[in-house]
Write a protein of this length. Sequence first.
Length: 287
Amino acid sequence: MSSDVRFTDFKSDVQPTWCPGCGDFGTMNGMMKALANTGNDPDNTFVVAGIGCSGKIGTYMRSYALHGVHGRALPVGTGVKLANPDLEVMVAGGDGDGYSIGAGHFVHAVRRNVDMTYVVMDNRIYGLTKGQASPTSRSDFETSTTPEGPSQPPVNPLALALASGATFIAQSFSSDSQRHTEIVQQAIEHDGFGFVNVFSPCVTFNDVDTYNYFRDAIVDLDETNHSPNDRESAKDKILEADKEYMGVIYQDDESVPYSERHGIDSNMSEIPDGAPEGAMDLVREFY
C-alpha cells in the first residue's frame, strides 16, 4: 500500500456515460477518495460490480475489476477476497441489482462477514432499463410499468442487513462529498463486511427522490446522540419509517472477519501446488 496515492490515481481513462447529474458520479468519487485515504492503491484494489448503471463503475475506476452478471457481484467479491486476502475488495451495486435478484447473496454475504466493502447506489428505480420500480421504490411511486405504484412496501436494506447479523451498517448521500467519503472510509477500515447504502439520485427517471428531497429529509447521525455500538438503538433508527438517516448506524467493534475465524491468510494465487489445506472444505461450505 502507498501513502502517496491520490484519489485521481483510481480514475481510468474511460469517460463515464452516466446521465449528467447522476448521483453515481459522487458515489464513485467518494469511493476513490476513501480508498486513497486508507492507503490503498490501484494495484492492491479489486472492484466487482453487477448489472445496471452502477455496474459500469469498474470500467471508470483504475484497479483490478470484474463486471459480473445481475445480482452476482457479492459471490465474486467473496471469492476474490478469500483467494487473495491481501487485496482490498470493494463490491459496487444498485438497489435493483443488490436487493432484488441479489438479495439472497446479500443476506449470506452479511452473515459470513468477509472483510470487504459493499457500496450500493440506491436511486430507488431501475435507471438503465428506463425507469421501472425497484425494490426500494415507494409503494405509491408511479412508473410506466406500475402506473398506480408497486402496491407493496419497499425493501428496507438496513433492516435486512441488521437481521442477517451485519457488523457494519451505514448510509450516505452521494451529494455530500465529505461525509460520504468519511462513511465509506469507515466501512473500509472495519474488520468485516462493511455495508454502505448510498442515496444516489437518478435525475432522469426519478422525480420524487431528488437531491432536494434528500437534502431536506436527511438527518446526520453525527448530529444526534446515537451510539453506533448500540444495536437496539440502531434497530430503532432503522425502523423509523419517516426518517432518512446518514452516518454509521451500527458497528460491532468486536467483529471477527470470516478469514480470521477460519485461519485464511494465504494468497492462493501464489501457491503453485494447488489450494491450501482445508480449501475444499470451504468450497463445500459455500456451495
